[in-house]
Design a protein around this ligand. Structure first.
Ligand code: SF4
Length: 90
């Protein structure tokens, strides 16, 4: 997978894998009111995986967050400028 190295806060040196680091299954999702369920997480991460703003297969260039964690949180939304690709659930 080719990555777009345009994140202003990081460099290619932060890349930890040549493959996306995305997990769909996490027991925490069933145990906390703060997290989305696994279906919502998968929907969100599928959008991230196809987003031009995903850096290194792990990180959103707009938030600087690991999408595999940020997408778990109900109160977080996609920060894509002008047209978020997924919304918070609050
Ligand atoms: S802009 Fe949204 S869809 Fe794209 S990587 Fe960031 S959180 Fe994911």
């Amino acid at each position: 997978m080719a990555f777009n190295h345009q994140c202003k806060g990081c460099t290619g040196g932060v890349s930890i894998s040549s493959d996306p680091v995305i997990y769909y299954s996490d027991p925490l999702l069933e145990d906390s009111s703060e997290f989305v369920n696994e279906n919502v997480l998968k929907e969100r991460l599928d959008l991230c995986l196809n987003c031009t703003s995903l850096q290194y297969g792990t990180t959103c260039m707009h938030s600087g967050a690991l999408v595999s964690f940020r997408a778990k949180l109900k109160n977080k939304g996609c920060p894509f400028p002008g047209s978020p690709k997924w919304e918070s659930i609050v």
